[in-house]
Design a protein around this ligand. Structure first.
Ligand SMILES: Cc1cc2nc3c(=O)[nH]c(=O)nc-3n(C[C@H](O)[C@H](O)[C@H](O)COP(=O)(O)OP(=O)(O)OC[C@H]3O[C@@H](n4cnc5c(N)ncnc54)[C@H](O)[C@@H]3O)c2cc1C
Length: 379
């Protein structure tokens, strides 16, 4: 039976980054992925992901975001390809909304560069937007977007260059602690490893019974729209945006090389019984919902539909991540950083996961992501 220091289950955002960190440290590491890296069946596809430093969800994410930014730049240096484009991020919404107030608090606490803007100032400065007159906004210059599929392939490729073994098209069926380590049973045989990182995204409940009851999968729909005034929506004129109205929050991206303005709801998404139930089935109702926010805050982006895709959020009750050792066995490390905002941290979470799997404590503060906050017990 093949034997490794660490096995990584799932080569999506978190698993690919962890595999890279392990391999560059000279560890015998294997990554196992049921599909191909960069596939469109989980949580990491769809052209772009937002990265931002000021963090409305909670100010304690800011140090992690700063480290993530450094690590994305490192990935670009090592791979020679651009994964991060800085456009600035505009957050706007009704007075007192969480998106603006939360970001303002995080910016002030951590001394982040930011500007508070009135609706009038937003609409004059960015021709892409016509936000309602009672809205306020916060602009942070340091944010932008990442290229998720490219980043994952780069992590996997770099890991292989450092000697990692990669098995794609291989499904993990079971994970079981044994005397000397952990046995991983796949549909193509068994391997043994000193420890295991379960970075299975929306499938993590299959291997983490203590976590399963606390996770909710939702189907999220992304729409790409042809702008009616394309010159207003190029990445040099239109920042990444997050808008909060009285009944939804949505986010979006400028038109990247003619693909269209991508927009999606962050708060709304139908329950998905299991990750295997995701279908690329976006329809008229989904489109109509996304168009409501375009009509409200950026009517010039409300042109013909170019494409629709679906993707999975794996939500925890408090929308914070889970990054911890399993309560069943400390040699099993669980990584469920989604709740719709995990991608930007993948570069640093890779480093965190490698530390945990090698029996070390992380230099990054991950106390917010403990498993026992749900009262989860080992199964
Ligand atoms: C529509 C949408 C928009 C988002 N926008 C943002 C954003 O703007 N900014 C941001 O920071 N975050 C965003 N997120 C969240 C972010 O994309 C996720 O947090 C992140 O991609 C999750 O990565 P992951 O590695 O946990 O999961 P994934 O990337 O899905 O990886 C899990 C992998 O495990 C594999 N796997 C599962 N089970 C098995 C098995 N049994 N055997 C082998 N392999 C297995 C899967 O095939 C998959 O490749 C968004 C998410 C969605 C869905």
């Amino acid at each position: 039976m093949a034997s490794f220091d660490v096995a990584v289950i799932g080569l999506g955002a978190m698993g690919s980054a962890a595999l890279f960190e392990l391999a560059r440290r000279g560890r015998r590491a294997i990554g196992i992925e049921q599909f191909e890296p960069g596939h469109d069946k989980g949580s990491s596809h769809g052209e772009s992901r937002i990265i931002r430093l000021s963090y409305f969800e909670h100010p304690s994410y800011v140090p992690l975001a700063r480290r993530a930014l450094e690590k994305w730049r490192e990935l670009e240096k090592l791979s020679g390809e651009t994964v991060l484009t800085v456009t600035g991020v505009l957050e706007a919404g009704f007075p007192g909304c969480q998106v603006v107030e939360g970001s303002l608090e995080a910016s002030r606490l951590h001394g982040l560069e930011h500007e508070v803007l009135s609706a009038d100032e937003i609409n004059r400065r960015f021709p892409a937007f016509k936000v309602p007159s009672h809205w306020t906004g916060l602009y942070q210059p340091d944010g932008g977007f990442l290229r998720p599929e490219l980043a994952i392939r780069q992590f996997v490729g770099l890991a292989q260059r450092h000697g990692a073994e990669v098995r794609t098209g291989t499904r993990v069926l079971a994970i079981e602690p044994v005397g000397s380590g952990v046995r991983v049973t796949t549909d193509a045989g068994e391997i043994e490893a000193g420890s295991v990182i379960i970075a299975a995204g929306a499938w993590i409940g299959d291997f983490a019974p203590e976590l399963r009851p606390h996770l909710k999968l939702t189907r999220q729909v992304l729409g790409w729209f042809e702008p009616l005034r394309p010159a207003s929506y190029t990445p040099d004129r239109c920042p990444v945006f997050i808008f909060e109205s009285e009944d939804d929050a949505c986010y979006g991206f400028p038109d990247l090389a003619g693909t269209g303005v991508k927009t999606a709801s962050h708060r709304k998404g139908a329950d998905l019984p299991s990750a295997n139930d995701l279908a690329q089935d976006g329809g008229a109702e989904d489109e109509a919902h996304i168009r409501q926010m375009l009509a409200l805050a950026m009517p010039d982006a409300n042109g013909p539909l170019k494409a629709m895709r679906t993707c999975i959020y794996t939500r925890t009750p408090d929308e914070d991540f889970v990054i911890d050792r399993s309560s069943a066995d400390p040699r099993i490390v669980l990584a469920s950083p989604c709740s719709g905002h995990g991608f930007k941290f993948a570069s640093v979470i890779g480093e965190v996961l490698a530390d945990l799997a090698l029996g070390n404590e992380s230099a990054n503060d991950i106390s917010r992501f403990r498993l026992d906050r749900f009262g989860a017990q080992s199964a």
